[in-house]
Design a protein around this ligand. Structure first.
Ligand code: PXL
Length: 286
């Protein structure tokens, strides 16, 4: 695959910002985002929205960061460091979502501004542990999603946001239309969790054209952080100046490689791994 370029030592790389939750197990959330961004040649700035208490068996609790501190992290990074793209993940509560939406508007992040915004509407961990208060779904739908350059829900999040159960091609198209009607510039319906074939098909819709991407499904129990990795790779590619369809094609292939490189960890689900890039022949990034 064509890799994103690494900046020569001593030169300032492009920057991206992740606004999300931490994972003490190091596999998902901000840890997944920063690892992928680093391996994509991007300096990762982080605005912590929540701290999860988590290992490979599940999330046993989380602490929410005060909304003004979350917004403050975003504001201070954008004004000094400057970023080429931003990404949201776990935001936990209505108050945090509203604060993030407001500061994004203020500093030019999102479709009304100049900095592309990937919204990954994280609702639960892969074990089903909640990472978003149920009452906060409306805030996500009403305040943040309309600002998104692109949203990347998994199929559970598609159902929560639109009421549509994606079971086949037709319902995937309907869901993409319903998601797009919420206001993002692009909506993605990821087929990765639809375990009905040996292929995984994703749909990308901008209100006019459907783009479809199909790839062989990777069979692994170690897919913790896969969604975060896809969204972080998209943000990285957007920060490097890619268009949304090109960023998505890159991110899908990137995530496939990270799934192939996933490893066992603890007694539960291991993480996807972007570290495969360290073993790659540098010539292949040309
Ligand atoms: O993969 C979704 C996700 C995002 N953010 C945090 C998480 C998880 C899944 O567990 O813990 C902090």
């Amino acid at each position: 695959m064509k890799l994103l370029p690494l900046t020569p030592n001593g030169q300032t790389p492009v920057r991206a910002l992740t606004i999300a939750g931490t994972d003490s197990g190091g596999g998902a959330g901000i840890q997944a985002d920063s690892r992928t961004m680093a391996m994509c040649g991007v300096h990762a700035c982080v605005a912590v929205a929540a701290v999860t208490v988590q290992n490979t068996l599940g999330v046993s609790g989380f602490h929410e960061i005060p909304p003004e501190i979350v917004a403050g992290q975003v504001r201070t990074v954008v004004s000094d460091i400057g970023i080429g793209a931003a990404k949201t993940g776990m935001l936990a509560s209505t108050a945090i979502i509203e604060a993030v939406a407001a500061v994004c508007e203020e500093v030019g992040i999102g479709r009304n501004g100049t900095i592309p915004l990937v919204v990954d509407p994280v609702a639960a961990s892969m074990h089903g542990d909640p990472l978003l208060h149920a009452s906060a779904l409306d805030a996500l739908r009403d305040t943040l999603i309309p600002l998104a350059t692109v949203i990347t829900p998994n199929l559970d999040e598609v159902r929560l946001l639109t009421g549509i159960e994606v079971i086949d091609d037709l319902t995937a198209h309907k869901a993409a239309e319903a998601l797009h009607a919420l206001g993002p510039q692009w909506a993605i319906v990821k087929g990765g969790h639809l375990r009905t074939s040996s292929f995984s098909t994703d749909l990308l819709f901008d209100g006019e054209t459907f783009h479809e991407l199909t790839a062989p499904r990777i069979a692994t129990g170690n897919d913790h952080g896969g969604g975060d990795t896809l969204a972080a790779a998209m943000a990285s590619a957007l920060a490097h100046g890619y268009s949304v369809p090109d960023a998505f094609a890159f991110a899908k292939e990137w995530t496939r490689r990270c799934l192939e490189a996933s490893y066992d960890l603890g007694a539960g689900h291991g993480p996807v791994s972007p570290l495969w890039r360290l073993h790659e022949d540098p010539a292949s990034s040309a």
